[in-house]
Design a protein around this ligand. Structure first.
Ligand code: IMP
Length: 438
């Protein structure tokens, strides 16, 4: 076991929830480091399916969990997650929320929808208020932190912030005139002071807790939300989210030592994308529809259908580089069974070819190489593979994984063949796939 950071390699929805749930087993503390309730992490245990939005997935294992300083917390979603876990499994571990975490307020959600309508390039946000709360965090004058929420001066702070926002509150028809401000502040206060009472005991400095845990020789697991290509710096801007989704974001925002962490990149066997923005290997054909259907590719947060694409080694290699990924966890490989597919190995535009992932993707077309295929696997087949090991996998899968490893320069450590926790091949996989790099 190692201290681990789990990140999504493409545009999110890679199936991180299951892998985090698996890796959480031997760790002391599971920490969420970015995003907010724009994420939806689906975890299936036995016949119970849970979708968590802001609570770290390790809670299901009864672990202590922490929400880091760069997470945007909507208290309503937080307590909905809490209730879901309480009802299904019971909340057994401690829950910590960093005092610096920013609180999503009702007006952020209204602004998110409003700004989206006014944008010249629509991003297709999840409308959870992420952009507006991130803007407040960066501007430093109108932000409300968890410390503010549970502190003694929340009502005064709220009043001050709402006054600064008065033009937008009127513009987005949240209030009609300045005279309505106090009433609106009271409404928010009444709702949020209830959350504050329940949250107060959770709020602390999470960085100390993580560092103390690591220094005591126990293991921690850091889970990212969304995927590397939605990173606010390295992603496909402006069609990105408002936080650092890459592994570096975890070090910076949690204040932990990068040298002490192993990075597991969750690479779904094929990419998907929700919202707007470029998606070079997008499939608009029967294959795309079949992947979407078989992979149940519908947003866990918004229910929106996810567009599906061919595997993209160019994007994956870039993702491996910007996250310094140590090993891939391949998810949803079973979805590609019985389908002929190819992988992008370069991009081409006006006769020029590149193996680098371009920032401005306009006009770049993927270049595909050979075709891959393996037969449909029954649940029993998958269980057999997990028992017998890597070599027992169909040649078509091994061929695909070999090329993926060679192209990205990163070995595979885990192969998920079903949403079920146990149907995941781990034993000996890293050693086998490291061979491909020799
Ligand atoms: P926002 O994070 O709600 O501002 O949305 C910005 C972009 O990120 C949109 O394209 C969303 O669809 C996308 N996005 C945000 N969270 C997720 C996620 O958890 N999975 C996939 N896409 C996401």
């Amino acid at each position: 076991m190692k201290n681990t950071i789990v990140i999504g390699a493409y545009w999110g929805d890679e199936g991180k929830g299951k892998i985090v749930d698996l890796l959480a087993e031997n760790t002391e503390l599971v920490i969420r480091y970015n995003g907010g309730d724009n994420a939806g992490h689906t975890i299936v245990v036995g016949d119970k399916k849970t979708v968590l939005h802001v609570m770290p997935s390790g809670i299901i294992q009864g672990k202590d969990v922490a929400i880091g300083p760069d997470v945007f917390v909507n208290p309503k979603s937080f307590f909905e997650d809490y209730k879901q876990v309480e009802d299904a499994f019971g909340v057994k571990g401690k829950i910590l929320i960093d005092e610096r975490a920013h609180i999503i307020m009702p007006y952020h959600i209204v602004f998110d929808a409003g700004v989206e309508e006014e944008r010249d390039k629509k991003i297709g946000t999840t409308k959870r208020g992420i952009g507006p709360v991130a803007k407040d965090k960066a501007a430093r004058t109108e932000d409300i932190s968890a410390a503010d929420l549970v502190g003694d001066h929340f009502r005064e702070k709220l009043q001050k912030v709402l006054l600064l926002k008065i033009h937008d509150l009127i513009r987005y028809k949240i209030i009609e005139t300045a005279d309505d401000l106090d009433k609106y502040a009271d409404e928010i206060f009444n709702e949020y002071s209830e959350y504050a009472k329940k949250m107060k005991g959770f709020v602390c400095n999470v960085s100390y807790v993580i560092n103390n845990t690591v220094n005591s020789g126990k293991f921690v697991l850091i889970e990212g939300a969304q995927g590397a290509l939605l990173d606010v710096v390295h992603g496909t801007r402006p069609y990105v989210t408002s936080s650092n989704t890459t592994a570096g974001g975890a070090y910076a925002n949690l204040g932990v030592n990068p040298k002490k962490f192993n990075v597991v990149g969750i690479a779904k066997a094929y990419p998907t994308r929700v919202g707007e923005g470029p998606f070079p290997t997008q499939l608009d054909d029967e294959l795309g529809a079949a992947i979407q259907k078989d992979g149940h590719e519908f947003g866990a947060t918004t229910g929106r259908p996810r567009k599906a694409g061919m595997p993209d080694f160019v994007a994956l290699r870039y993702s491996g580089m910007i996250n310094a990924v140590d090993e891939w966890a391949i998810t949803k490989l079973d979805v590609l069974a019985g389908k002929k597919f190819k992988a992008a190995i370069a991009y081409e535009k006006d006769g020029k070819k590149t193996d680098e992932f371009p920032f401005i993707l306009d006009g770049w077309k993927p270049v595909y190489d050979k075709e891959y295929y393996f037969d449909v696997l029954s649940e029993d087949d998958c269980i057999e593979i997990v028992k017998k090991g890597y070599d027992s996998m169909p040649e078509g899968i091994k061929d695909y994984l070999k090329d993926l490893v060679k192209y990205t320069g990163v070995p595979v450590g885990m192969i998920s063949l079903s949403p079920k926790r146990d149907i995941t091949l781990i034993e000996g996989v890293l050693e086998k796939t490291k061979e491909y790099l020799k």
